[in-house]
Design a protein around this ligand. Structure first.
Ligand code: ATR
Length: 280
């Protein structure tokens, strides 16, 4: 119930109507009995500055930020969390400090750490776009043995690998073509697919790695969450590898944002149940 003291958080993007975040966050606030409401705002690119300044004036507590504002919004903030600065994109704003964060990458890390630690592991990241960038810097912070960034467009993989190395978070970051992925996966402990391959409605795409090139000690994360079991995760299950479903990254990026805004531990069970119900 909205009252005189309800605190507002929300999502800005364009479009926003397909987002699962309002349901997930409002379920979390309901579970903890918190007087908050999460509202989606469809903000056209030309209105971004006035939306941010207006939100501050309206005493809105926090925003999630989605396409197409994740990069442009940074110039209206006073502070950036160090990793979001390295990534060059934010998906969360805390209006208390006018500070930007990027919880996408940490969402992926928390999802993987449900099943294995990342420290000293060999990690293969497929793709070198925005999602891969957010994930790669957070991975580097966990001190893996190596990160191999593989992409169709090798220049993009090279540029991302160099940026991660230059961050001084870790040194052993290499890049290559996605064509060579099978060789890398045979020596890897963790594979993260950040490409849209297998995303609905293209559920019959060919997986970027087949079961015969995986092994049973491998952890395979596909950040695609629709369908829940992508072609890649089906191959992983066939190989006896451990699947990490894309819904977990969606869940934990939301949990991190929730914790930034409220200072309270997010009720992840309820949030996950809400996401699953919505996606089914
Ligand atoms: P996002 O923000 O979700 O990361 P993006 O920035 O468009 O989206 O990046 C998509 C990534 O998936 C890119 O690395 C892209 O490879 P290219 O840079 O070579 O285009 C990769 N990708 C998209 N479709 C792919 C496919 N069919 N096979 C392999 N990689 C693919």
């Amino acid at each position: 119930m909205i009252s005189g003291s309800t605190k507002i958080v929300g999502l800005i993007g364009h479009p926003v109507e397909h987002s699962f975040s309002p349901l997930m966050h409002n379920a979390a606030f309901g579970e903890l009995g918190m007087d908050y409401a999460y509202v989606p705002f469809n903000v056209y690119p030309e209105n971004l500055k006035s939306a941010i300044l207006g939100a501050k004036s309206l005493n809105i507590k926090g925003f999630n930020v989605t396409i197409p504002h994740k990069i442009n919004v940074m110039k209206y903030l006073d502070k950036l969390d160090p990793i979001s600065k390295l990534i060059g994109a934010v998906n969360t704003i805390d209006f208390k400090e006018m500070k930007g964060y990027n919880t996408d990458g940490i969402g992926c890390i928390r999802a993987i750490e449900e099943v294995t630690s990342i420290k000293d592991k060999n990690v293969v990241v497929a793709g070198a776009g925005g999602a891969s960038r957010a994930i790669s810097f957070y991975l580097a912070r966990e001190n893996p043995q190596s990160i191999a960034i593989l992409n169709r467009n090798m220049n993009k993989a090279k540029s991302l690998a160099e940026d991660v190395k230059n961050s001084k978070l870790m040194d052993n970051v290499i890049f290559d073509s996605t064509d060579k992925i099978a060789g890398y996966v045979s020596d890897a402990d963790i594979l993260i697919d950040t490409t849209p391959v297998g995303m609905s409605p293209h559920t019959n795409d060919e997986a970027i790695v087949k079961a015969e090139d995986m092994h049973s000690d491998l952890v395979v994360n596909d950040i695609v969450y629709n369908p829940n079991e992508t072609v890649l995760l089906s191959e992983a299950i066939k190989a006896g590898a451990t699947p990490v479903y894309g819904i977990k990254m969606l869940l934990y990026q939301g949990a991190e944002s929730f914790e930034i805004w409220t200072g309270k531990k997010a009720p992840v069970e309820v949030m996950e149940k809400t996401l699953r119900k919505t996606l089914d």
